[in-house]
Design a protein. Structure first.
Length: 375
């Protein structure tokens, strides 16, 4: 029996409208609408064509019902720039990632969520309170993805074909999820991760809009570049070469550090404009020349490495999720393929801290994972 919600999910994942898909299938839009609303079931031949066009195996469309993630519960980075179709893509990616997280959580014990929620503090104070709770002090954060994972956030990557989707986050069954664009510079991706953390801390679910975006930006700036640390390391009226050197301390974009200095009153309006113009001329508005290495998931690396050691391949995981291995790889920073074929490239990473609980189900010790991720 075909599951209507899965046809809708697969269509939105490919960024298609009902009309666009109906044309590719040579099936009327009305029939396709009937399939998606359960008023009619496609024939085996039509289902095979749907599977082929949308790039999901036939088994995907007959599996359990998948309830869509409510759009109002999702905080999108640069939401105003996204069309309804692109938001649909993001929500469908989020729903599939939730399925993957559920599968992994059955096999491993992942860190529990430790995301504080404050009663409407200003972003600067919120960032300081989170740093205090997590005992981060004023030090620069070595790796934002690892930090979020150690605090129970499930961090996923976004498919590269949708570059305009910057980042987004939401809560699902009391578990926080963050999705990051891997086409942006590593520094900007770190800022996006901190931005989404700001949403999770300050806005919970259901609060979106320009004001929320501004607050999340301010939170990210303060979280990555603490006031006391900036004052201790940067001079007032810093020159551009000092800013380019300073960005490496906090692993942020040169423009982000420039904005933070201006926000803290350490650059005048004139100095701020002059520096931003010069940085733009040097290519720092569109990229981050000489930037840092991209951050990736340590949890997924450990999970797939451990499963592989037990003879479980990415194809096996994809089959259990009823998706293609290529689809799975897009959500996990490409680590399913890396864990199988490029282990030598990641030899510097620590070995997974895993503990076998029963003969048939592996569990990951939350404390060990937290310590391993934070190292």
């Amino acid at each position: 029996m075909v599951t209507p919600s899965r046809i809708t999910l697969a269509r939105k994942r490919r960024g298609m409208t009902i009309v666009e898909l109906s044309r590719k299938l040579d099936v009327s839009a009305q029939s396709l609408s009937n399939y998606e609303h359960g008023r009619q079931s496609p024939t085996e031949e039509t289902l095979a064509r749907i599977s082929d066009v949308l790039g999901f195996p036939p088994e995907f469309f007959v599996s359990v019902d998948l309830e869509e993630i409510p759009p109002e519960s999702v905080a999108f980075r640069a939401r105003s720039k996204l069309t309804a179709g692109r938001r649909g893509v993001a929500l469908s990616v989020g729903r599939l990632a939730v399925e993957l997280e559920g599968l992994i959580s059955k096999k491993f014990r992942l860190p529990a969520a430790d995301i504080p929620s404050f009663d409407k503090p200003d972003p600067e104070n919120a960032a300081e309170m989170v740093r205090s709770r997590w005992e981060l002090g004023q030090a620069a954060i070595p790796n934002m993805v690892h930090l979020l994972e150690s605090k129970g956030v499930r961090v996923f990557s976004l498919a590269p074909e949708y570059a305009e989707i910057d980042a987004f986050s939401f809560w699902h069954n009391q578990t926080p999820f963050v999705f990051l664009n891997t086409l942006k510079s590593a520094e900007r991706s770190r800022f996006d991760a901190a931005h989404e953390l700001g949403h999770l801390v300050m806005h919970g679910s259901g609060i979106t809009g320009a004001k929320a975006e501004q607050e999340a930006n301010s939170f990210a700036s303060a979280f990555l570049m603490p006031r006391k640390s900036i004052v201790a390391h940067m001079p007032k009226g810093a020159f551009i070469d000092q800013i380019l050197k300073g960005r490496k301390i906090w692993k942020v974009a040169a423009l982000a550090l420039t904005y933070r200095l201006h926000d803290l009153g350490m650059l005048s309006d004139w100095q701020y404009r002059s520096v931003t113009v010069e940085l733009s001329k040097r290519g720092y508005r569109s990229g981050e020349p000489g930037g840092i290495q991209r951050e990736t998931s340590q949890v997924f690396y450990k999970v797939f490495r451990t499963l592989r050691a037990r003879g479980v391949t990415s194809a096996d995981i994809a089959e259990e999720l009823c998706v293609e291995p290529e689809e799975l790889s897009k959500y996990v920073f490409g680590l399913t393929l890396t864990a199988q074929d490029g282990e030598g490239q990641r030899s510097a990473l620590p070995r997974p801290a895993l503990r076998l609980i029963t003969s048939d189900v592996e569990k990951m010790d939350a404390g060990k994972v937290t310590r391993a991720v934070e190292r």
